[in-house]
Design a protein around this ligand. Structure first.
Ligand code: AMP
Length: 404
């Protein structure tokens, strides 16, 4: 299968050639014809499957083919993509620009945490495609700066994460302002009851496309776990970073504070690393991400929410410095490596308290993660779990909550 077999216009095909994309990924193969045929779509796919192009390509093509008849506005917003984080919003916006570079369509991106003035200016000139995080979109709508009355294509990306982050009310209010007659696409990595309810309420007779079920971890990723006491994790990390040939490493910590502390500890060992998390300014995050992407920075330390949507093609290693208490998060994390056919390595450091979380993870992925027995910091603390303080409740993420 090639892109030209998917009835994609020549302008988009040319842009894809520039990107050196030769064949569509499985989700693209299934979703592009479905979307071009005008159907609503429920896409169950993680980041790394090529899902952004799977909706951006047909959306661009449909917009190009179908002219609008709004006499008042040259560029009314006709396609709206709602996505949970700024990083993801930026990446989707860039994807629309990349695949649509030979088309006369205009796009814009809006997200919170930065001044709204430049975003307002761009919106005033008019855009065909708007990529937005829910909070800022809702704010600008309330101020009368955005009209969604001409929306023909509505895309909800990473719906599960938007619900996790508490955006449901913003989304409900946004949906009220979008015309009933539209084509709607909803993408989600996992399908909880809440996500299913949302899908049921906004999609009409959708085609369902499922790519990597969350329970089957990306096969291209080699997984391993080290059992280790919490206080030794830092030493093991330093040793691995010094000895193993790691090209680009994304290290996940549970807290923002933990990420910052690790950067300092590595700094003392002359290992350069940067942290990204919700307390960092947008500029600092983008700089760290930029350096990481262009390989001037080898080690990036992130919390889950900040890392959501990071799109790096050749990430060699993911290290779970802390084991996530939500098993799906493990799947999201390790999906950062082993992308687009590359092999990746996912290393987890598990202390005694985290063994329960690891059990939940192996249950979800339905396989045991190989244990590295031979290492210099074998676990000493083996007091039975019931005699120790309980780990945090499972439904709590350390860095959750709305961001505007
Ligand atoms: P996504 O799942 O949208 O985050 O995409 C993951 C990565 O795959 C991105 O870096 C895309 O640039 C890349 N990608 C998407 N489609 C293709 C394709 N057909 N061939 C090669 N790479 C692709």
């Amino acid at each position: 299968m090639e892109f030209k077999n998917l009835n994609i216009c020549i302008e988009i095909q040319k842009a894809l050639q520039d990107e050196k994309y030769s064949t569509p990924t499985p989700i693209q193969e299934k979703a592009i014809p479905a979307i071009l045929s005008g159907r609503d779509l429920l896409g169950l796919a993680q980041t790394g499957t090529g899902k952004t192009a799977a909706f951006a390509i047909p959306c661009l093509q449909l917009l190009q083919n179908k002219k609008h008849n709004n006499k008042m506005q040259k560029y009314p917003i006709r396609a709206l993509v709602i996505t949970p984080t700024r990083e993801l919003a930026l990446q989707i916006y860039e994807s629309f620009n990349t695949y649509g570079k030979y088309l006369p369509l205009k796009s814009a991106v809006i997200f919170g945490g930065v001044s709204q003035n430049p975003q307002e200016e761009i919106l005033k000139k008019g855009v065909d495609i708007l990529v937005a995080t829910p909070g800022r979109l809702h704010d600008l709508m309330n101020q009368g700066l955005i009209s969604l009355s001409e929306i023909q294509y509505l895309i909800l990306d990473e719906a599960d994460r938007m619900l996790d982050m508490g955006f449901i009310q913003d989304i409900k209010k946004i949906l009220k302002k979008v015309p009933e007659k539209r084509q709607t696409l909803l993408f989600s990595a996992t399908m909880s009851k809440e996500t299913q309810n949302m899908a049921d309420s906004i999609l009409k007779n959708p085609i369902k496309v499922q790519i990597t079920p969350v329970s089957s971890t990306v096969d291209a990723v080699k997984q391993m776990v080290y059992f280790i006491d919490k206080e030794n994790k830092k030493n093991l990390l330093i040793q691995l970073l010094k000895e193993e040939n790691m090209e680009s490493v994304l290290v996940f910590t549970k807290t923002k504070h933990g990420a910052d502390r690790l950067v300092k500890q590595l700094g003392k060992e002359k290992i350069a690393a940067s942290a990204i998390h919700g307390d960092k300014s947008q500029g600092a995050r983008q700089k760290a991400l930029g350096d990481f992407k262009n390989k001037t920075l080898k080690i990036l330390i992130a919390t889950d929410i900040a890392a959501r949507g990071i799109d790096i093609d050749e990430l060699s290693h993911v290290i779970n410095y802390d084991i996530p208490n939500i098993p799906e998060t493990y799947v999201h994390r390790i999906g950062r490596t082993g992308r687009a056919g590359q092999t990746g390595i996912a290393i987890s450091f598990c202390d005694h308290f985290e063994k329960e979380f690891l059990k939940d993870i192996t249950k979800l992925i339905r396989k045991q993660i190989p244990i590295v027995e031979d290492h210099p910091y074998p676990i000493q603390n083996t007091i039975p779990v019931e005699k120790q303080p309980r780990p945090e409740p499972r439904n709590k993420t350390k860095e959750s909550g709305k961001r505007r």
